[in-house]
Design a protein around this ligand. Structure first.
Ligand SMILES: NC(=O)c1ccc[n+]([C@@H]2O[C@H](COP(=O)([O-])OP(=O)(O)OC[C@H]3O[C@@H](n4cnc5c(N)ncnc54)[C@H](O)[C@@H]3O)[C@@H](O)[C@H]2O)c1
Length: 248
């Protein structure tokens, strides 16, 4: 299937590692220009350099998605380098897991800020460019945790919130041929999950209970994201694509 992404420009937040890093690599394979954005500037630069070494068009931008000025500067740099922005992947995220009685206000705020305010800041900054082009794709990374997980009140609330944000934005942006969708991964073996103290039991449990009996790879999620970003997905909007090995 031809995805027709050659020459399109994609910004992926949190692209220094994990799912975001796999996604920028997949976009480059399809001939897209990529902005590898991350709060961790060294990780972003390393990914962008690897993509350039492989012949891709990639720049790194250090940006905290919670900071409006840094987000606006990221989008300005993308436009100055590649001419416009066609695709945004709101991927930056983090966890601060604990039971609610132990959860601090700071644990609550940082998770909701990075996931929800981050998506708000980035989407608001790119929509004018997509509106001018009468073409755009926004893909928000939710999680199976939107259904609710013990010890993840903050993360589950944010990942459910991002689905509401996706639906609202799909209604606002559709008239300009901008689609807005969410991808909701299950357990994906990135550092975010592998660094958990009970990773081995998570992995064993996933292998026993997931209909497709393995943990997901970052590339499994990247493939879903790139499909939704492509020309082939132009009539899909406001939807959630579950990448959970059937565990939904
Ligand atoms: N790994 C999983 O099992 C899984 C499952 C469901 C959803 N997700 C979601 O997928 C996305 C990517 O997760 P991952 O597993 O690749 O994690 P990861 O930790 O490997 O990557 C997340 C990246 O986000 C960056 N980041 C964190 N805060 C940021 C900020 N304020 N501004 C900009 N960048 C920031 C980090 O530096 C990191 O590079 C997240 O939104 C996560 O919630 C992951």
């Amino acid at each position: 299937m031809e995805l027709d992404l050659a020459g399109k420009t994609a910004i992926v937040t949190g692209a220094g590692n994990g799912i975001g890093a796999a996604t920028v690599a997949r976009f480059v394979k399809e001939g897209a220009n990529v902005v590898v954005s991350d709060i961790n500037g060294e990780a972003a630069e390393a990914q962008a350099q690897a993509l350039r070494d492989a012949g891709g068009n990639a720049i790194a931008v250090t940006a905290n998605v919670v900071n409006e000025d840094e987000v606006n500067a990221m989008v300005e740099k993308a436009v100055a380098t590649f001419g416009t922005v066609d695709i945004l992947v709101n991927n930056a995220g983090l966890t601060r897991d604990m039971r609610i009685t132990k959860m601090t206000e700071a644990d609550w705020d940082i998770v909701l800020d990075v996931i929800l305010k981050g998506a708000f800041n980035c989407t608001r900054a790119v929509i004018p460019h997509m509106t001018d082009n009468k073409w755009g794709r926004v893909i928000n990374i939710s999680s199976r945790a939107h259904l609710g997980n013990r010890g993840q009140a903050n993360y589950s609330a944010a990942k459910a919130g991002i689905i509401g944000f996706t639906r609202a934005m799909s209604l606002e942006a559709g008239r300009n041929f901008i689609t807005v969708n969410a991808v909701a991964p299950g357990i994906i073996g990135t550092e975010m999950v592998k660094s958990l103290p009970h990773w081995e039991s998570i992995r064993e449990n996933a292998e026993k209970t997931t209909p497709i009996p393995r943990v997901g790879d970052a590339e499994d999620v990247a493939d879903a994201i790139v499909f939704l970003a492509s020309e082939r997905a132009g009539y899909i909007s406001g939807d959630v694509l579950h990448v959970t090995g059937g565990r939904y």
